[in-house]
Design a protein around this ligand. Structure first.
Ligand code: C5P
Length: 241
């Protein structure tokens, strides 16, 4: 598989075309961003940890019947994926109240959400990713009704699978964001699943072990990601001295 030109560079990943028109290479960089790119920092090893973390989760989901774009690990910070036609939508499920839900609705932090909430957001940095609903998606043709139904079905399926996976590792899956794209008539899970796009708390102490450490300046960001990876059994390469 030969890397060709840069297709797109996001806040934490760069996407490259390959000699196969159906495949792309994702490069997980050390760059870390928050607040729509207002806070930026390079964190040593983050690209590598997220690449291995994402591969582990995507393979678990694929094996459990959630179709994903993931193909294989290529190097410490690169993975091969199927080229999707991405929908401009983010799907967020929340099991515990925190973050923008509390800011928007004035609800207390840390409540168990039963049933979990489901929200759509429009991917648009300039507009700060506004919340949208099914009606907006249909009117502006961002996705079809069948795709809306499939995104909800798959996002909730991921919740059942990952809540259990993280619970076995002594972690609470607080909330997470997924993105989907079209591929040969199907909808596949795209983008990534890493602690950059979800919230994970220690089940006993409720210590934050995700990107909120960066957003809130708590320090130990990559160390927390590595701790989560270690608890899940993700094999990371040895750190060279
Ligand atoms: O900020 P908010 O509380 O809405 O975030 C909900 C979840 O979605 C969090 O896990 C957050 O990391 C993730 N998210 C994301 N990318 C965004 C917005 C939210 O990964 N652009």
């Amino acid at each position: 598989m030969k890397k060709q030109s840069e297709l797109y560079s996001g806040k934490a990943k760069t996407v490259y075309t390959t000699d196969d028109p159906e495949k792309l290479i994702l490069h997980f960089r050390n760059d870390t961003s928050a607040f729509d790119g207002e806070k930026l920092q390079k964190l040593e090893r983050k690209g590598m940890v997220n690449n291995y973390f994402n591969a582990f989760i995507m393979q678990k989901l694929q094996a459990a019947g959630v179709p994903t774009h993931f193909e294989k690990l290529l190097s410490e910070d690169e993975s091969l994926v199927k080229k999707l036609d991405m929908l401009p939508i983010e799907c967020v499920v929340r099991n515990i109240s925190t973050g923008s839900l509390c800011r928007r609705l004035g609800v207390e932090e840390g409540l168990d959400l039963d049933p979990p909430t489901f929200e759509f957001f429009l991917k648009n940095d300039e507009l700060h990713d506004p919340m949208i609903n099914d009606s907006h998606i249909l009117t502006f043709k961002w996705a079809t009704q069948a795709e809306i139904d499939r995104m909800k079905e798959l996002t909730f399926k991921v919740n059942g699978l990952l809540k259990a996976l993280f619970a076995d590792a002594g972690l609470l899956l607080v909330d997470y964001k997924l993105e989907f794209g079209r591929y040969q008539g199907d909808l596949l899970l795209g983008d990534e699943f890493t602690p950059d796009g979800c919230r994970l708390w220690d089940a006993e102490t409720r210590e934050k072990l995700d990107k909120d450490r960066f957003r809130q300046g708590l320090g130990g960001v990559v160390e927390a990601y590595e701790e989560v990876a270690r608890r899940l059994g993700v094999e990371l390469p040895e750190v060279s001295a």
